[in-house]
Design a protein around this ligand. Structure first.
Ligand SMILES: [Zn+2]
Length: 142
């Protein structure tokens, strides 16, 4: 058995039909035994098979993810630029500098950014220091 998706050239109706073989389809068509369910026209043709459409949609969905990643990395890069322009880089002294600011031992108008370990971040939060972990993409131009 073989399934064909057929289209009526007269009214554009599409419908699925089963045939014993492709030869049977050709024979029925030649003898004009195929007719449209809707308008009874004999102008029936095969259309593209459904699996072609399924493959197409798979390609479409797999294309989406790199785009989403691209948008995300673009957002992170813009965020990084904002931070670089407005915050002071303190590198690995981040925990020390963050405490200095928090306990008002150091006056600064600028926020700071740098690197800290997970333990340091946890300790700072426990002490009530406002710290945020942000995703950071290494800039290869630096
Ligand atoms: Zn029709």
């Amino acid at each position: 058995m073989i399934k064909y998706r057929l289209i009526c050239k007269n009214c554009d109706l599409t419908f699925d039909s089963w045939f014993a073989s492709s030869d049977e389809y050709e024979k029925l068509k030649k003898n004009k035994f195929l007719n449209c369910h809707q308008c009874n026209s004999k102008k029936i043709e095969k259309t593209l098979m459904a699996p072609g459409l399924i493959n197409y949609s798979k390609i479409e969905s797999s294309k989406k993810n790199p785009k989403q990643f691209y948008d995300l990395s673009k957002t992170i890069k813009e965020y990084q630029k904002f931070i670089k322009d407005n915050f002071e880089y303190v590198g690995k002294n981040f925990a020390y500098e963050a405490r200095s600011i928090h306990y008002n031992e150091k006056k600064t108008n600028k926020g700071i950014y740098g690197t800290a370990s997970n333990d340091e971040m946890k300790e700072l939060r426990d002490e009530g220091v406002e710290v945020e972990i942000i995703p950071w993409l290494e800039d290869k131009n630096n």
